[in-house]
Write a protein that binds this ligand. Structure first.
Ligand SMILES: C[S@@+](CC[C@H](N)C(=O)[O-])C[C@H]1O[C@@H](n2cnc3c(N)ncnc32)[C@H](O)[C@@H]1O
Length: 229
């Protein structure tokens, strides 16, 4: 089942590229979090520091992270996606290391990264135990004192339209126009539940929210930053 979902992602990225719909810009929120003044004690000196982006997709955020002088590693669920993101990095003259990996099993050693970015990726786990395993795996590969940046679906996000609630935090995607229709995701629903789950493993957990209504679609994301103890 998971394998099918992963193949669908590889096919979707191929389609997006062919149709010229591949995201070509980083998340504005991520740019603001790295460059702006929103987080007490956020380091300004990034050179020589390392970042892992889990679920790096077509590299739209990773190119920005490389532009900050960070050493960039990324994971994706299929080799094909890693290869295509590596090619983009080569074309742009950026350095990056992209490997197959998933939330609960990252192909890196303990305590390796100064930053970990997970941008709309953790909620692909479909139950509480797997969510907790994913959060622990993120912490495992981060250095003590390393900072996590995470985005996940908020309660008004368009992906939840026509979804079926399967009990606490679990939803079956119901949008006819989405290739993920039928898959079950775990959504945290509110800031308190994010603080609860991340507070078990991380310290200094802060939760924010970004809500955009772009004429025909609502994007509602809950944002977390936290530090590995
Ligand atoms: C909504 S996309 C976000 C991509 C990228 N982070 C961005 O912001 O553009 C979700 C990504 O998560 C990846 N993914 C799906 N299931 C995953 C899992 N179990 N573990 C890690 N990544 C997963 C998908 O292949 C996809 O690239």
């Amino acid at each position: 089942m998971e394998d099918d979902a992963f193949k669908k992602w590889a096919a979707a990225y191929g389609r997006f590229r062919q149709e010229g719909r591949a995201l070509a810009y980083p998340s504005e929120t991520l740019v603001r979090l790295f460059k702006g003044d929103y987080i007490p004690d956020m380091t300004r000196d990034l050179s020589g520091k390392s970042v892992l982006e889990v679920g790096v997709g077509n590299g739209n955020n990773a190119v920005f992270l490389a532009s900050l002088g960070l050493d960039v590693c990324g994971t994706e669920v299929q080799q094909e996606i890693c290869d295509s993101t590596s090619s983009l990095f080569d074309e742009l003259g950026c350095q990056g290391n992209f490997q197959v990996g998933v939330n609960r099993d990252l192909p890196f050693e303990d305590s390796q990264f100064d930053f970990l970015v997970s941008w709309n990726v953790l909620h692909y786990e479909d139950n509480e135990a797997d969510i907790e395993a994913g959060i622990r795996e993120y912490a495992r590969v981060m250095k003590p004192g390393g900072r996590l940046f995470l985005s996940t679906t908020g309660p008004e996000h368009k992906i939840l339209e026509n979804s079926e609630s399967l009990g606490p935090h679990r939803y079956r995607i119901g949008r006819d126009d989405d290739f993920r229709k039928g898959q079950v995701f775990f959504y945290f629903d509110d800031a308190d539940s994010l603080s609860f789950f991340f507070g078990k493993v991380f310290k200094d957990v802060m939760v924010g929210r970004v809500h955009d209504r772009l004429f025909t679609a609502t994007f509602d994301c809950l944002i977390v930053t936290a530090v590995k103890p």
